[in-house]
Design a protein around this ligand. Structure first.
Ligand code: DX5
Ligand code: ZN
Length: 218
């Protein structure tokens, strides 16, 4: 897929109706579905695990973009691959063995992503650039939806776009993405926009408009 990808985060969905919500987002024109996995240890919130992702897999043929905010992560990579994830992203802050995690993801036939928290320098990516398919810049502190975009991350996005050069690596931005912040993010070099609150606000009747508005802004 070329151009900017819109990836609604189901963190902002109605968890009692996750299948229906995923289908509604797909029908509304979403490109990918972003799934935030949190363990109450790496981040101060708990969401869901591979069982929920496996249950959503038959609901849509869209790319399932799984963002793992869990520590340790390595013991669970195989389970997330088996759940039907297409992209599996791990955090650079997760420990000393980032390269090993990325190798494991690719060995399972999945696309591998690295995420950086707001305070983490982009130099953490330097020696894994040839081992990844996606970089995820957290533009809020991970854990919760509905926070404000941290403006300092725009410089990081620019620097990473430069580092990527001609490599086929997606640059995803997650947190506080709205029709107001999307233009700056895309201008800086982001090409996958994760949106929780901005995509889900107003309920299912609004999803198509929400996605269209984000796409226009991008
Ligand atoms: C935060 C998650 C995000 C979150 C974004 O830890 O990784 O994906 O859902 O939500 P909004 O778009 O509301 O900032
Ligand atoms: Zn996320």
């Amino acid at each position: 897929m070329t151009g900017v990808v819109i990836a609604p985060s189901i963190l902002s969905a109605d968890f009692a109706r996750l299948g229906e919500e995923t289908r509604a987002m797909a029908d509304a024109g979403a490109d990918w579905i972003h799934l935030d996995v949190m363990d109450g240890h790496f981040v101060p919130n708990i969401t869901f695990g591979p069982g929920v992702i496996a249950a959503l897999r038959p609901v849509t043929s869209l790319t399932l973009d799984v963002h793992l905010m869990i520590s340790p992560v390595d013991p669970y990579i195989a389970a997330f691959a088996e759940s039907g994830a297409d992209v599996i992203t791990v955090h650079a802050e997760n420990g000393p063995h980032l390269h090993r995690s990325l190798q494991a993801i690719r060995a399972l036939g999945k696309k591998a992503g690295v995420s950086l928290n707001p305070a983490t320098h982009e130099s953490a990516l330097q020696y894994v650039l040839d081992d990844i398919d996606l970089i995820l810049v957290m533009s809020v502190n991970p854990g919760f939806g509905g926070q404000s975009f941290i403006p300092s991350q725009l410089d990081k996005i620019r620097a990473i776009r430069e580092m990527i050069g001609r490599r086929a690596i997606r640059l995803e931005v997650d947190g506080g993405v709205t029709p107001l912040t999307a233009p700056q993010i895309v201008e800086a070099g982001g090409d996958v926009l994760v949106a929780g609150s901005a995509a889900f606000r107003g309920g299912q009747l609004c999803y198509a408009d929400n996605i269209a508005e984000l796409r226009r802004a991008a």
